[in-house]
Write a protein that binds this ligand. Structure first.
Ligand SMILES: Nc1ncnc2c1ncn2[C@@H]1O[C@H](COP(=O)(O)OP(=O)(O)O)[C@@H](O)[C@H]1O
Ligand SMILES: [Mg+2]
Length: 365
């Protein structure tokens, strides 16, 4: 028996576990100059995130290649990287991929909440040791950010705008001085960040606004807005790929026609943009119509098809998930969706069996 954790069966692997082979391969081949403290060159990090068919490196982030380049340049410099956008636009994913590729670990992560304190960001104490021996390296409990500074890695700060602004501001001096004062261990005592250290923060536009962030802190970051995927072909490809990943072994138990995924992506795309493919204006719902949400729906609908149906994913399953799960709690959204169903979807249902199945299943709600 080995003591190694069975990483194939844990519910969610970190990016560095999931893509260990790709990262190793890139490391072996990487001949280019690496920024100090990075384990890969910027070019190799780019290949890792955007994919490279010749090297058999999978494409992971779809849509905005230039954003990845700008993110890399930011991370080489003095400022931190702030990824802002709607929920489900792959901000967290991108921050995880970047930190895994640049420093080899995406685990130095602080999750911002209303209850985040200065201790979560800096360090706390083992009080038994503190009382017995006084403040020392031994009695200090480092935060993930402390670790990242100490080892020259990327720290991730998720959902930073959920923290009260005065807590966010703990980062200001830390980012400009690249050191963390530890006054308990003496007036001058501080931790100096190793080269390679930087911060990637993410912020959802639907949370407390970024505008409440102090201007001092804003100046320490380069802001990048991550937008939903525009290209329908890309989004279809991504949903298919992710669905396969989510279903794992179950994937072979379900028959999925490409047209059904296309239908789902079209619906999300139209509701998200407030425009049908034919150019009709629609009301956009409050519900999050992200790619990630489309994958969730396709996943749930596939389980339904496997365990409760005949093994074929049908448009009707998607309608049930969409209406029964996403739209059930919001009456205004339900109205907006009803309008969409009774105009755009109904029209298509005349000519296409999948749209027809979707429309008919939706009438049960
Ligand atoms: N542009 C994109 N490229 C690749 N995957 C995407 C993209 N947009 C969304 N996704 C998918 O959506 C998932 C959820 O994204 P996540 O990083 O949690 O979003 P956020 O942090 O912005 O709320 C990602 O893990 C990925 O599977
Ligand atoms: Mg996130």
């Amino acid at each position: 028996m080995s003591n190694m954790p069975d990483t194939d069966h844990i519910l969610r692997q970190s990016a560095e576990q999931k893509y260990a082979t790709e990262l190793e391969q890139l490391k072996q081949q990487d001949q280019l100059l690496k920024p100090t403290g990075w384990q890969l060159s910027a070019h190799a990090v780019r290949q890792f995130i955007l994919g490279d068919t010749a090297l058999n490196i999978s494409k992971k982030f779809y849509g905005d290649d230039a954003l990845v380049d700008r993110a890399l340049v930011t991370l080489m410099g003095k400022q931190g990287l702030m990824l802002v956008g709607e929920p489900g636009t792959a901000k967290s994913m991108l921050s995880e991929l970047l930190s895994a590729a640049i420093g080899g670990s995406s685990q130095f992560t602080i999750q911002g909440t209303a209850g985040t304190t200065e201790d979560h960001i800096k360090y706390s104490w083992n009080y038994a040791l503190l009382l017995a021996e006084g403040p020392s390296e031994k009695s200090l409990i480092p935060s993930p950010l402390y670790h990242a500074m100490q080892h020259g890695k990327i720290a991730r700060f998720e959902e930073i705008t959920r923290c009260p602004p005065e807590i966010q501001d703990v980062l200001v001096s830390l980012m400009s001085e690249k050191q963390m004062m530890i006054p308990e261990m003496g007036q001058q005592h501080s931790l100096h960040a190793q080269q390679g250290f930087n911060i990637i923060a993410t912020a959802n536009l639907r949370d407390r606004g970024v505008h409440e962030m102090s201007s001092a802190l804003k100046r320490r970051f380069n802001f990048e807005t991550v937008k939903p995927i525009k290209d329908r072909t890309f989004e279809i490809e991504l949903v298919q790929q992710q669905l396969k990943q989510e279903l794992k072994d179950l994937y072979k138990e379900v028959k999925i026609k490409p047209q059904v995924i296309e239908l789902l992506v079209t619906i999300f795309n139209e509701l998200r943009t407030g425009q049908s493919l034919q150019g009709a204006n629609l009301k956009t719902p409050d519900a999050v119509m992200s790619t990630a949400e489309a994958v969730n729906i396709a996943h749930a609908a596939s389980l339904q098809a496997i365990y409760l149906g005949n093994g074929e994913l049908q448009a009707g399953h998607l309608a049930q998930q969409l209406l029964g799960v996403v739209f059930k709690d919001n009456a205004d959204d339900a109205k907006r969706l009803r309008y969409y169903l009774d105009t755009v979807v109904k029209e298509r249902a005349r000519q296409d069996n999948d749209w027809k199945a979707f429309y008919e299943a939706s009438r049960e709600f």
